[in-house]
Design a protein around this ligand. Structure first.
Ligand SMILES: [Zn+2]
Length: 388
């Protein structure tokens, strides 16, 4: 290649680069502070290299405009996540007070300030802002959900129900409907506590209208029917739980056995439970069947039933019951059985009876509202050889 050709090629390369640069500057996308990647880089640089005080001073001097709002919000969120709620609050209050804040951001900034107040435990201030946001297209549903959580915490069921109705109207999802049904149950329990059975029944019926599978409403209504001497109605509601949500069948079994004993209808119930056991087996159901068999036919048939079912579906509670019923007068009992019982009981003592299917929270008590993830009806009886 001649030197002239080399010079020509170099000239073409430089000219092409210059033209591309010119085109990019005129028509291409210039980097903007609002670009997600640029924003992330700047934030990372800020948080790594500067103290909280320096960042706070920087935010105070940073202009408020459509280009910088996201930077303000990200720094505010950073402080809140670090537990520096006061700093986050100041940033969001400052933004809201600035007339330069573009109106399209006012709901977002209000929402962030409400989150600061919630994090600081200033519930009344958070409540006021969240009410303002209820009509917002982008933040209305989130605001309503936070309001319900505040009212749940304060056990103000009436206000919680009001907000939940608005939320269900905007978003009639099964989860929202279940939440509303449970809030109505809480109100019904308050009515029952002051012996207003008429209103309680209305609320429970309303709850089942929103969620026909609301277990607590079914149990409370069954109790009311039992109280009103309507055993058939009570039994039908309790039996429906086996179809609606079999995981909660153990809660229905306790009541079915108690009511049948009072009504002297144990033979009828024994037949029904046997049928149900083959479609929805559980340890509680088996132990109820064994108890009914024992009362009606004696220890022999009850032990045979228990042994037969434990062979195909072993359970620790079933085994302990078997050792208990067989007693010292039966073969194989004595020191060895007492040891097995003791170890089994110790194992059960340390095992949770209920567990949340959403967050894994576990314990020995049935919570209709999970204390950890605040979901209704997500805490269920534990399944498996040491559970149901
Ligand atoms: Zn949970």
């Amino acid at each position: 290649m001649s030197s002239l050709t080399l010079w020509l090629l170099l000239f073409v390369a430089i000219a092409t680069g210059w033209l591309l640069g010119l085109w990019s500057a005129r028509f291409g996308r210039r980097p903007n502070i609002d670009d997600e990647a640029t924003l992330r880089e700047r934030l990372q640089f800020l948080f790594t290299n500067y103290s909280d005080e320096a960042i706070e001073s920087f935010v105070e001097t940073l202009a408020v405009s459509g280009d910088t709002v996201n930077l303000h919000l990200s720094i505010g969120a950073h402080f809140r996540n670090k537990g520096e709620v006061d700093r986050a609050t100041l940033i969001h209050q400052n933004l809201l007070a600035r007339p330069e804040l573009p109106s399209r951001y006012s709901s977002q900034v209000t929402y962030e300030l409400a989150m600061d107040y919630l994090a600081a435990g200033l519930l009344d201030r958070a409540e006021s802002l969240l009410h303002e946001l209820m009509g917002s297209r982008d933040y209305g549903r989130q605001a309503a959900q936070h309001l319900i959580e505040i009212y749940q915490q304060e056990r103000d069921w009436e206000k919680a129900v009001q907000v939940a109705i608005t939320l269900v109207e905007a978003e009639p999802s099964p989860l929202r409907r279940k939440q509303l049904a449970y809030l109505l149950c809480e109100r019904a329990e308050k009515d029952l506590a002051r012996d207003d059975r008429f209103t309680a029944r209305q609320r429970l019926t309303e709850a089942l209208g929103y969620d026909p599978a609301c277990i607590k409403a079914l149990l409370l209504l069954a109790d009311m029917h039992h109280h009103d001497n309507k055993p058939k109605d009570a039994r039908l509601l309790l039996l429906s739980i086996f179809d609606q949500k079999p995981a909660f069948a153990p809660e229905a079994v306790k009541r079915l056995v108690k009511y049948a004993r009072e009504q002297n209808s144990e033979a009828q119930l024994a037949k029904k439970l046997r049928k149900l056991y083959y479609s929805t087996p559980s340890t509680s159901l088996l132990l109820a069947m064994v108890e009914l068999e024992r009362r009606r036919q004696g220890d022999g048939p009850a032990i045979a039933l228990l042994q037969q079912e434990l062979t195909s579906r072993p359970s620790l509670r079933g085994l302990l019951r078997l050792i208990e019923i067989t007693g010292p007068e039966h073969q194989g009992s004595g020191t060895r059985d007492r040891l097995v019982s003791r170890v089994g009981e110790m194992l059960l003592q340390n095992k949770p009876v209920y567990q949340c299917t959403r967050c894994g929270f576990s314990g020995h008590q049935l919570h209709w509202l999970c204390p950890s993830c605040k979901t209704w009806e997500s805490v269920e009886p534990v399944q498996g050889v040491d559970g149901e």
